[in-house]
Design a protein around this ligand. Sequence first.
Ligand SMILES: [Mg+2]
Length: 197
Amino acid sequence: MIRVGIDFDNTIVNYQGVFHKAAVDLGWLPESVGTSKQEVKHYFIDRNEESRWTELQGVVYGKAIRHAKPFEGLTQSLVQMKTDNMLLFVISHKTQYPIIGDKLDFHAAARLWLATNGLERCFDQVYFCPEKDEKVQQIADLHLDWFIDDLPSILEHDDFPEHTKGVLFDPDDHHQTFSSARRVSHWSDIPHLIRGG
Ligand SMILES: [Mg+2]
């Protein structure tokens, strides 16, 4: 059986507009600021409000995750991969609680989001790793054939296992220098890529 690991935030969960909405709802951000995560981040960083940006991330990955949607084509692709008898794992770099702000359980929020969106049944196991190195170790321990992530820093990590094929999920074409054979911008391309080996 083909074993496939998948990152969670920004690979499964599409936070498009959620940072903006959460910050506006809290009264921290003027509505006129652009809706992308980058624009919201820059707003706070430019004002030397980095701790507020950190706190906002806590709000988004905890409470406001309910406003986020699965990426387009994800559900159909996962169902197709299950039909093809693949074993699917979620491996997420996520602490259990935020560094600043209300003590919300990120792991519980993520599991609830998976259940609410009908995705729980697609996965054989879900892992949360508080440290990046632990995540890479978990990828190695599971002897995965493939791993899909939106961050090159995971796929290019020194300890990323040699026998695992890394796929960069890059919906906004941010990483055009990454090997194009292993870079996808839409979930519907992934089952085909994996079946082709
Ligand atoms: Mg991610």
